[in-house]
Design a protein around this ligand. Structure first.
Ligand code: PMV
Length: 340
């Protein structure tokens, strides 16, 4: 038996704009998915917290993943990914991830997977990417396949495509590599860990869960795509420029500027129609005390990233607004082996 873990992520800045080729800065967060994996003649998937347990033959798992991949290709041609999403809805995502990983790792056999973790799903914390990567890493370790982080990340991206259609790849990359990363979609993607540029720990950030988003990532990305092109592109460009400037501000440890840039990015995301009444209210209160805040990932609810140099003041304002501040470390380690 091996046990592996993979963190979740937050976008410090750059979500949505990253879909259009602008850069994003993402950070791994100290909430993790854990997977215990063992070789088996079948594919057994258990999730203690969700009370979920399923068993399939290896052929069934591979066929299921192959079908998901075909449906994704058809979806790409049609510009409609609803069939693949339906195919892997809910807990079937796990089977799709396991089947895809077995195929891509070239493993001849099955696996028993025990899943656990503390990343809330659908919150903008990259729970699906983290789970896909943890399943891939668990299988590769159980079979002793030599798979560097690039390979695990490649599998994570293939699985992300099944659930999000045309993801940028930023989520899986941040979860796989850990720390703080600069990510830009392209051919090839630019993936730059920011260990040297930002060699210190990011303090005074607090996360707040503002409620489950009413729409999926796929729907929110489509919503932005369907906006008037000129209106959208102006805001995408502004977020991209704020991201470039954010890196410089982080290098200088210029947190007054970091705050302004978070707020600027949020103003643009909000104009793209990605806010909620709860987010508007809480962000308003945080700005009143001189702080900065924004929703993360697909937005439309989910996780909010908040910053104030006086963390206690920030916590107080969040609690007074009726929310619970989450003390979560940023920049944690990526894919990790816990036990062999
Ligand atoms: O909410 P999440 O964790 O699925 O993040 C989505 C981030 C987007 O930029 C909106 C989409 C993407 O593929 O990068």
């Amino acid at each position: 038996m091996v046990k592996v873990s993979v963190p979740g992520k937050v976008h410090l800045i750059g979500e949505h704009a990253v879909v259009y080729g602008e850069p994003a800065i993402l950070s791994a967060v100290g909430l993790r998915t854990f997977v215990e994996a063992e070789r088996s003649g079948r594919v057994i998937i258990k999730d203690r917290k969700r009370g979920f347990s399923e068993e399939h033959s290896v052929e069934e798992a591979l066929d299921f993943a192959r079908r998901a991949s075909e449906l994704w290709k058809e979806g790409k041609e049609k510009g409609d990914f609803s069939a693949v999403r339906e195919h892997i809805r809910g807990d079937r995502f796990k089977l799709a991830a396991a089947g895809t990983a077995l195929r891509m790792l070239g493993v001849d056999g099955g696996v028993s997977l025990q899943i656990d973790g503390d990343i809330p799903p659908g919150a903008g914390l990259g729970s699906s990417a983290s789970l896909a990567l943890a399943i891939a890493k668990g299988i590769s370790e159980a079979y002793g396949v030599d798979s560097p982080v690039e390979e695990i990340n490649r599998i994570g991206f293939e699985v992300e495509k099944l659930s999000h259609g045309t993801p940028s790849g930023g989520d899986n990359t941040a979860c796989a590599y850990g720390g703080l990363i600069w990510f830009q979609k392209g051919n090839p993607n630019v993936i730059k860990p920011l260990r040297e540029e930002v060699p210190y720990r990011l303090e005074n950030f607090v996360l707040v869960y503002t409620g489950r988003p009413k729409k999926t990532t796929l729907e929110l990305v489509s919503h932005v795509r369907n906006l008037d092109e000129e209106f959208r592109n102006r805001r995408i460009k502004a977020i991209g420029n704020a991201t470039r400037e954010m890196l410089e501000a982080l290098k200088r440890r210029d947190f007054p500027r970091v705050k302004e840039l978070i707020n600027l990015a949020w103003d643009n995301l909000s104009e793209l129609g990605l806010s909620t009444p709860a987010a508007d209210m809480l962000i308003g209160r945080i700005r009143e005390i001189g702080g900065a805040a924004k929703l993360c990932g697909a937005c439309g609810g989910g996780i909010m990233l908040c910053y104030h140099e006086d963390r206690e003041k920030l916590r107080k304002v969040i609690e007074e607004a009726g929310f619970r501040p989450m003390e979560v470390e940023l920049g944690v380690e990526g894919v990790r082996i816990e036990e062999v």
